[in-house]
Design a binder for this molecule. Structure first.
Ligand SMILES: [Zn+2]
Length: 226
C-alpha cells in the first residue's frame, strides 16, 4: 500500500496540465459562440437535482479539430484516432519569433533538427487565450513546413495558439497538410509552464458524434519517454 501511495504521490506532483478551460472567461475566436452554462433543472428552483445545459463552440477551450472542420466531406469528431493523442511528445519554444511569423522548413529544422525526436510536436508560441484575451496574431508553419513534419512521421501538431493556421487564413492550408498526411491537431494548449523538452502526452478527445472538433484534457508527464 505504501508503494502504491508513493506512486500516486509522484503522479500528483509531476503531471503538467496543459489545458485551457471551457469557461465564460475564455475568449472565443471573434464572432464564434462563447461558452455559457445554465440550468435545465435547478435545485434552488425546487428541482431534485442540478443539471446543466451548455452552449459553446467546440473551439473555445483545448480541443482537437476533426477533418470535418476544414472540409464538408471531412471525417467527424468520433473518428479521431486515440493512438495519435497519446505517447511521446516534444515541446519547442517558438515564442521569440514575431507574432505573425510563418516558420519555413529551415526555421523549423533549426528548432527540431533533421529527425523528429517524437511523433508529436507542441509549439509554445506564447500567444494563448489562457492569458485572457484573444491574440491578434501568432507564429504558424508554412504549408511546406507542415508537409515536411508529416513526411518525417509527425502524427500530431499542437499549439498554444487558437489555430495551427494564421488568424487571417481563409484556406487553412496547415490544417489541410496535416489532415491530408494523416496527422491531427491540438489547439488552445496552455504551455507557459511546460519547459521545452520531451514528455509523455495524454490528450484524448472526448467522444462526441458528428462534430467539427472535440474537447480535450491535455496532460504532460515530464518523465522522458524511453
Ligand atoms: Zn479549432
Amino acid at each position: 500500500v505504501g508503494c502504491a501511495i508513493e506512486v500516486l504521490r509522484r503522479i500528483a506532483v509531476t503531471l503538467i496540465d496543459i489545458s485551457v478551460a471551457y469557461g465564460a472567461d475564455t475568449p472565443p475566436w471573434p464572432g464564434d459562440t462563447p461558452y455559457s452554462c445554465g440550468w435545465a433543472w435547478d435545485m434552488s428552483q425546487g428541482a431534485s437535482v442540478n443539471v446543466g445545459r451548455v452552449q459553446t463552440s467546440w473551439h473555445v477551450g483545448t480541443h482537437a479539430d476533426a477533418p470535418l472542420h476544414v472540409s464538408p466531406s471531412g471525417a467527424p469528431s468520433e473518428t479521431l484516432p486515440l493512438t495519435h493523442f497519446t505517447g511521446a511528445a516534444r515541446v519547442i519554444d517558438v515564442s521569440a519569433h514575431d507574432a505573425d511569423a510563418v516558420l519555413s522548413v529551415d526555421d523549423l529544422a533549426a528548432h527540431v533538427g533533421n529527425a523528429l525526436a517524437a511523433p508529436r510536436l507542441l509549439l509554445h508560441t506564447g500567444r494563448c487565450v489562457a492569458n485572457g484575451h484573444f491574440p491578434d496574431a501568432w507564429p504558424t508553419l508554412s504549408p511546406a513546413a507542415a508537409a515536411w513534419l508529416v513526411s518525417r512521421g509527425l502524427q500530431l501538431l499542437g499549439t498554444d495558439a487558437p489555430s495551427v493556421d494564421a488568424r487571417s487564413a481563409t484556406t487553412l492550408q496547415v490544417h489541410a497538410a496535416l489532415f491530408g498526411g494523416g496527422a491531427y491537431v491540438l489547439e488552445n494548449l496552455h504551455l507557459s509552464h511546460a519547459m521545452p523538452g520531451m514528455y509523455q502526452l495524454t490528450a484524448y478527445p472526448v467522444l462526441v458524434h458528428g462534430a467539427d472538433a472535440a474537447p480535450v484534457r491535455a496532460v504532460l508527464d515530464p518523465i522522458a519517454p524511453a
